[in-house]
Ligand binder design. Structure first.
Ligand code: ZN
Length: 180
């Protein structure tokens, strides 16, 4: 007779208080499990390898190897962000992103309109194409800055997967050379 629970959870003992014996979903990458490291007072994630410390009396988990050091509180089935991100840093990130997107493209695009080339400004004029390329490239840099700041779980997971693929490729190439 099967138990009447069709979706057994990966974290079967979730609805309980935060302790060092159980495993918990990682609040950073949301892919790995956070568990106590052997013989140590810290915890680590099986996927992103971030190191955490725990305050069991307050049910708090704190990441130790990033800046800013974010904390989460365990509310019996999931993590809730405890500390708001450093607002000064957040303003700086948004300001820098906006600056990167607007100013360089404006500096290239505006003179093209103010001093159009002989024969008139065309859509394929060098300065227009250059301005569009600058806008596109700087938007990508700004997007990277923002996802790095907010540490979006899918971005973190993709970054780790890419790092591991590169490591595996390096190992394979090393093995190929050592066999020859
Ligand atoms: Zn993780």
């Amino acid at each position: 007779m099967q138990p009447n629970n069709p979706t057994p959870s990966r974290f079967s003992r979730l609805s309980r208080s935060f302790n060092l014996q159980d495993t918990y979903p990682c609040p950073i990458c949301r892919n790995g499990t956070v568990q106590n490291m052997v013989m140590m007072e810290t915890l680590s994630c099986s996927f992103c390898r971030h190191i955490f410390s725990a305050d069991l009396s307050l049910q708090i988990l704190r990441v130790e190897d990033t800046f800013p050091k974010l904390t989460w509180i365990w509310n019996r089935d999931r993590w809730r962000t405890q500390t708001p991100r450093d607002s000064d840093l957040t303003y700086l990130v948004w300001f820098t992103s906006a600056f990167l997107i607007i100013i360089p493209a404006l500096m290239i695009g505006l003179p093209a309109y103010v001093f159009p080339p002989i024969g008139g400004l065309q859509l394929n004029s060098f300065s227009i194409v250059w301005g569009e390329m600058t806008l596109g490239l700087h938007s990508l840099i700004a997007a990277w800055l923002l996802v790095e700041h907010y540490q979006l779980p899918s971005y973190v997971a993709a970054k780790i997967t890419l790092d591991r693929t590169i490591e595996q490729l390096k190992d394979r190439i090393k093995n190929q050379f050592s066999m020859q």
